[in-house]
Design a protein around this ligand. Sequence first.
Ligand SMILES: Cc1cc2nc3c(=O)[nH]c(=O)nc-3n(C[C@H](O)[C@H](O)[C@H](O)COP(=O)(O)OP(=O)(O)OC[C@H]3O[C@@H](n4cnc5c(N)ncnc54)[C@H](O)[C@@H]3O)c2cc1C
Length: 405
Amino acid sequence: MKVDSLIFGGGAAGLWLLDELLRRGDSAVLLEAGQFGQGQTIASQGIIHGGLKYTLQGLLTPSATGIRDMPGVWRDSLAGQRQPDLQATRLRSDCCHLWRTDSVRSRLGMIGAKFGLRVAPNELPTEQRPKVLRRCPGTVARLDEQVISPAEFLDNLSSRNKDFILQIDANDGLSFDCDAPGQVQAVTINNPSGDNCLKFQPSQLIFTAGGGNAQLRRHAGLHTEVMQKRPLHMVMLRGTLPELNGHCVDGARTRVTVTSDVDSAGRTIWQVGGQIAEDGILMEPQELIERAAAELRAVLPGVDLSDVEFGTYRIDRAEGSTRNGGRPEQVQILTDGNTITAWPTKLALVPQLVDAVTSLLVPSENNRPALPVEWPRPSVAAPPWETCSYWHRFDAQTDETHRAA
Ligand SMILES: Cc1cc2nc3c(=O)[nH]c(=O)nc-3n(C[C@H](O)[C@H](O)[C@H](O)COP(=O)(O)OP(=O)(O)OC[C@H]3O[C@@H](n4cnc5c(N)ncnc54)[C@H](O)[C@@H]3O)c2cc1C
């Protein structure tokens, strides 16, 4: 089959790109090796950042400049006012809150204004604060950063384009014919549950497989040191909890970032990231849970955690490598022969990544392929709280955790 674009990886980046290419009339196919968003997107907190986080140290960093238009782009898509139409993606929240723990008068509002952020914090009087933040002694601000449900976003984009998506086995069912490193002439995939195979002759290949990009680059004869992984150890809480989406900031640091959802049993879930998830990478789950319980008590005075269960999950952020191993400032795109390797770095930056990649792709006269209907199709990955099997309770009297029943 001749196609314009063969995309590998159905996370946020690959699915948005497929949608864009199909809308502009290209012939494009996406190959997914696991479940949609498995890896980062399903594990993410779903915040459509507008750059404030990157200006907290008082500088306008390239990260903040690159990301500041993104909340507006997503807002329009989520409202169905621009393509892709994401109206079927559930919003976890229309805004985030930003709060400080000390009583020193904060300059949060000033920072947003100074750097011309499209989404600047708006400080709230006590009566307008969410109940869960009423007892915080420091400033509380509203930030118009939306929070989406990653699972429904993945479902929204994948179900619309399912005729152009196939399941593959990346370990055992994939082979590349290369003329030179990165110059791929053909890709053959084996049916993971049958004995037939398909051979594609793509004009271009795009790797949007997150951590899987390294393996794909090896298939294409390319080196893999261009990629880095930055680990996180995230904390989850489940039980009777108030809804909360936002960041507790302390100087230039985000102490915790909390986002809320509901699990399949109707319990409220908190996903907790920020500094605690960076500090947690060297900790065992129990140690991290004890630390997280103490941290949440400190940053959210008065919140009752006595009846909740704690879990954790480890996950790597996969990105193009940087000289010092730190967070890349922008989206990263590498071109080798007819192969493009791309990492959005942030969910919020996916529209920017897709615009940049699309501008590199030249449509041809290829017809849309008719893919075999009996070929297996991937499903959306389950959120981390549905797959975590070790939940603990934390006893504030004894400062100890024990396995939940
Ligand atoms: C804990 C956490 C929280 C985050 N929170 C936020 C946030 O709140 N806001 C924000 O903007 N960003 C956030 N991010 C970053 C964001 O999640 C990622 O930048 C983004 O989701 C990356 O999307 P992706 O499509 O590149 O990769 P992924 O989501 O990792 O998707 C890769 C896809 O490729 C597939 N795949 C893997 N190998 C192969 C292969 N060989 N062949 C074919 N397919 C393959 C996988 O199964 C998967 O479907 C967070 C990240 C983490 C880890």
